[in-house]
Design a protein around this ligand. Sequence first.
Ligand SMILES: *[C@@H]1O[C@H](CO)[C@@H](O)[C@H](O)[C@H]1NC(C)=O
Ligand SMILES: *[C@@H]1O[C@H](CO)[C@@H](O)[C@H](O)[C@H]1NC(C)=O
Ligand SMILES: *[C@@H]1O[C@H](CO)[C@@H](O)[C@H](O)[C@H]1NC(C)=O
Length: 189
Amino acid sequence: MKFLLCLLLTSAGVECWHPDEDRVMNLRLSNLGLQGPVPSDIARQVPYLAYLNLSNNSFSGEIPVDISAITYLNVLNIQHNQLSGQIPGQLGVLARLTVFNVSDNLLSGPIPWSLQKFPASNFAGNQGLCGLPLDDCHGKRNWGMTTVLLHRINIESSIGAVVGFVAGFVVAVYCTVSPYLLHLSDFRA
Ligand SMILES: *[C@@H]1O[C@H](CO)[C@@H](O)[C@H](O)[C@H]1NC(C)=O
Ligand SMILES: *[C@@H]1O[C@H](CO)[C@@H](O)[C@H](O)[C@H]1NC(C)=O
Ligand SMILES: *[C@@H]1O[C@H](CO)[C@@H](O)[C@H](O)[C@H]1NC(C)=O
């Protein structure tokens, strides 16, 4: 079976074993009661991720801009957490992103133009979010001020960010090779 079982988030990060690949493709960490910020250098830790599912946890802080550097990301499920701040417009560079759900968080501000193609239900349950596909932003607060404030909070809490993400949790991480890479290994074999 073309299936990688790779295991255990430790405080050292994600480990993944396979004869000729050490790439984490899928990170399925939903429904685990995880809390703390999503690491601000997540793209450095898991650069080859295609699937990231952190839904139904208690992650807080902002959505890291760094997610936009995970080039092959197809699926980003971060619904049902306590993420706050604005949705980074940079996520629009993720050309392969087909599933994107941030519903049921504490997000605010305008929905970036590049993500307006996703349906309203994927943004629902965030009191401060506005703009297409939700209601327009007239009458909402001054988002510039909010950004500055959140940025400061973010710097102060960034020291413990990585540790907060992994420490104390023993988590099974399932890695499957993306169809694209499966293809390559078929050719190699
Ligand atoms: C969310 O996770 C909890 C366990 O932490 C689980 O009991 C619950 O069914 C999950 N909810 C959804 C919608 O998956
Ligand atoms: C992400 O996890 C949630 C909760 O387990 C699940 O309902 C959802 O289908 C998953 N998303 C994808 C794209 O598999
Ligand atoms: C996004 O997640 C919410 C749960 O928070 C769910 O109700 C909604 O159907 C999801 N959207 C899609 C397209 O799966």
